[in-house]
Design a protein around this ligand. Structure first.
Ligand code: ACO
Length: 430
């Protein structure tokens, strides 16, 4: 990491620590706290990591004040408009955009891994009929670790690359298997002639062989996958890194990322938005729900609103809102009631002082469900598709972390507020 000559002195009674400042290539510098405890006996306290950079990374850059998101330096708007999910995956993993033959080889490597072991297929027969698809995805990715463990040397770059392509290839098949299981339908077949997004639609809907791909759907899906591919050190990616830092099996680390993504404060918000819009039901109820969201004694929050990093707008939400117009327009559903309700809710919230004062804007999850629903995808699958898209980000961050020969296990400390030392009292004397 580039280091500037600047330092910060921290003095505690007679002890002091000279903390060096490390400069980023773009964006805020960081204070290096590695020696703080050794020099002063103090730890830092930042339980939700609001002011903490947990690692060095070259993958994704976000400027939350300006609404900027870049993968490897390329603005998300350009990638969403001009690129494709597999090209973006290549970019995230390799750091550069591919030449034609490089992309074709990359695509082949992903395709080559799109076959499920028969034992893994059996796993799906054990789930209850009402099993949540995210639980099924997490379990099935964790189950990949039962197949791929003896032969993986996580310190070997070739093994890491093999893991990367394997998880990228397996994920769409696992997701499509889950989709068809909950729908009671048969999975479609991969078609080499088709794009990645077209193939996902084919695997989802073409079990009978008569599904016609709507190009507006496949383009919108590809854009959604690009927008969800990575987002620097968010909760799920940090979970993959922290879990992976112990040297665990990489499929197990990805399963940890899926677990983190499921929560409604993170990727689970896309499903929660649709539940919320259904509950609100009609524009006339919006003011009641806005008041509930502002009431601190009420647990209700406006789902799909707010973000830890974006304090101006989420560039992904802007792109997805535009895609909603395109998809619904193509379906002659310009007046789609759920989209109308979401638009009105956004407008009312953005003009409410509570949301203005706290810089709360729609995030990536606010509008994505409208598109998925229009495609015929049930709400329980929304976060699963998010996980499918984010797998490339998780795997890239895991590989980046493992490249560091000096990698240490992630091990935060705590502010202990429990009892002081006391003696055990036998049960009959308490
Ligand atoms: N509705 C109502 N109030 C909100 C909301 C919301 N959606 N989000 C934040 N606030 C309020 C908080 O209550 C807090 O108010 P206060 O200052 O009066 O106490 C203030 O805004 C700041 O919010 P924090 O909770 O401190 O923000 P934080 O960065 O910790 O949380 C989060 C971010 C989790 C995204 C939050 O905004 C939220 O819960 N949003 C709804 C869930 C959601 O959409 N999650 C998806 C995020 S995108 C993603 O992960 C893919």
């Amino acid at each position: 990491m580039p280091s500037s000559k600047k330092t910060i002195s921290l003095i505690n009674d007679s002890l002091s620590s000279e903390l060096s400042i490390k400069d980023a290539s773009v964006g805020p510098s960081v204070v290096d706290l590695a020696n703080l405890n050794k020099d002063t006996g103090l730890f830092t306290f930042d339980p939700s990591y609001s002011s903490t950079a947990s690692c060095e990374s070259k993958v994704t850059y976000i400027d939350g004040d300006e609404g900027i998101l870049e993968y490897r330096g390329y603005p998300i708007e350009q990638l969403a408009n001009k690129s494709t999910y597999l090209e973006v995956s290549y970019l995230l993993f390799n750091g550069e955009l591919p030449k034609k033959e490089e992309l074709s080889e990359f695509r082949h490597n992903v395709k080559h891994n799109m076959v499920l072991d028969s034992n893994l297929k059996q796993l799906f027969t054990g789930f209850l009929p009402n099993a949540h698809p995210m639980g099924m995805l997490m379990s099935s990715v964790a189950a990949l670790s039962t197949i791929y463990h003896e032969d993986i040397d996580i310190r070997n770059p070739h093994h890491r690359e093999a893991f990367f392509f394997n998880v990228l290839g397996k994920m769409p098949v696992l997701v499509a298997t889950i989709f068809n299981q909950i729908n009671g339908t048969k999975i479609g077949s991969y078609n080499e002639e088709r794009s990645y997004a077209e193939n996902i639609l084919t695997l989802f809907f073409d079990g009978r062989g008569d599904y016609e791909i709507n190009p507006v759907f496949s383009q919108a899906l590809d854009i959604l996958l690009v927008l969800h591919a990575d987002h620097e050190q968010n909760c799920s990616t940090s979970s993959v890194r922290l879990t992976g830092s112990s040297g665990t099996n990489p499929y197990a680390a990805i399963a940890a990322g899926i677990a983190a993504l499921w929560g409604p404060s993170h990727g689970g918000a896309n499903e929660a938005v649709v539940r919320m819009l259904k509950e609100i039901g009609s524009p006339k109820n919006i003011p009641t729900y806005i008041e509930k969201a502002k009431d601190k004694s009420d647990p209700f929050k406006l789902m799909g609103f707010g973000h830890r990093v974006y304090k101006n707008f989420d560039p992904r939400a802007t792109i997805i809102r535009g895609e909603c117009h395109k998809v619904l327009g193509q379906l002659n559903q310009d007046n789609n009631p759920m989209f109308e309700l979401a638009l009105q809710l956004e407008e009312i919230a953005l003009n409410d002082q509570y949301f203005v004062d706290r810089n709360l804007y729609p995030n990536v999850d606010f509008y994505s469900g409208v598109i998925y629903q229009a495609m015929g995808i049930p709400k329980e699958m929304f976060t699963v598709i998010f996980a499918l898209a984010r797998t490339v980000g998780w795997a890239t961050h895991w590989c980046e972390m493992m490249e560091n020969p000096a990698l240490k296990i992630g091990r935060p400390r705590q502010l202990y507020l429990g009892s002081e030392k006391r003696d055990y009292i036998s049960i009959d004397q308490r």
